[in-house]
Ligand binder design. Sequence first.
Ligand code: HEC
Length: 141
Amino acid sequence: MNMHRLVICLGTMLTLSLGSAHSAEKKAVDVSKLPPTSDKTGVTYTTDIKPLFEKSCVKCHGAEKPKGKLRLDSLEGILKGGEDGKVVLAGNSGVSMLVHNVAHAGDPDDYMPPPRNKAGIQPLTKEQIGLIRAWIDQGAK
Ligand code: HEC
């Protein structure tokens, strides 16, 4: 291996290790501490999630300048995700970023709705979070 290739190789290794250390730190969420999944069956976006998000999220995640480039006013928008990628992984609420954010797990900068927001929107209850988890675990339909 010549010197030039060695430098590139070391540089790549450094970048990769820094990158993974950072994301591991951000994603470190203790799933057992999340509010439990609701045992309600047949949870759907239209009947259960839409009214909840309209009340607590759409003010900042609607059509006009959606925060974090995330639209929460349609199923399509939710599944598409935001500036950091997917926020819901259908079938697995425990690893879904949206659940971590509303459950105040992980980085306090990502708590949703943001604490003490000017609109006075309250944090979600454990029951509401449990319902969102059930919806995601049942396939986010
Ligand atoms: C008062 C405004 C406000 C409300 C209400 C609000 N959010 Fe947010 N949300 C933000 C802001 C601002 C960001 C971007 C934060 C950042 O970039 O650091 C954000 C980002 C997010 C993200 C990350 C998107 C990404 O890709 O980075 C998720 C997920 C999210 N919000 C979910 C929700 C949910 C679910 C609700 C309702 C329960 C909600 N938010 C209510 C302001 C709000």
